[in-house]
Design a protein around this ligand. Sequence first.
Ligand SMILES: [Zn+2]
Length: 195
Amino acid sequence: MSTLTDEERAERRAHSRRATERARAIVKPGDMLTFTRCGGHSRGRFTGWDGWWMCSPTRSDISALCVFKLNGAWVTFADEGHWDPHLGDPRRDLDVMSFDPFFPDETDTTLLSDTMGLASKWHDCAICGGRIWGGERIRRRVERINEGRPRVMTFRFCPLCCQAMAASWTDDGKAITERTALGVKRSQTVAEGSA
Ligand SMILES: [Zn+2]
């Protein structure tokens, strides 16, 4: 349901057009696009423009604002500092995603996927141990653990830990170290409680 005012809707449209102009200057037919769509992500090879829309062999309604990877590399055509709360901020996502949450853990793992998106239901954060609520924008990382009995694990990171990961590039990791310490403390409390 849309609760935007006429001005907000007009500004959103103008922003979308600016994003389109930026995309037109860069994206070439044959390029691989990764973009958000209702409820998830999708990928498709760019075939051309249909007015303001980007087209792939199966879609003709891709907004330049929704594109977050171009040929596998992070990209955004959005205005600097101007982002859609539902889609998130691709520049900030880049800062979050380039942080390795498990460094220097040397467990032999294969990364299967690493994405930003909306949580579908509640989970516990893999760093701070805090609660993630459905609808919150989180990082979700799926890994295959190759040691011992091979198994696939999904790790989710709460909005505050995502913020701390993004901040790690400018605060020397101070915020994320605090979040990690919080998680260690929480897990110890749980261990003591169950002992
Ligand atoms: Zn957290």
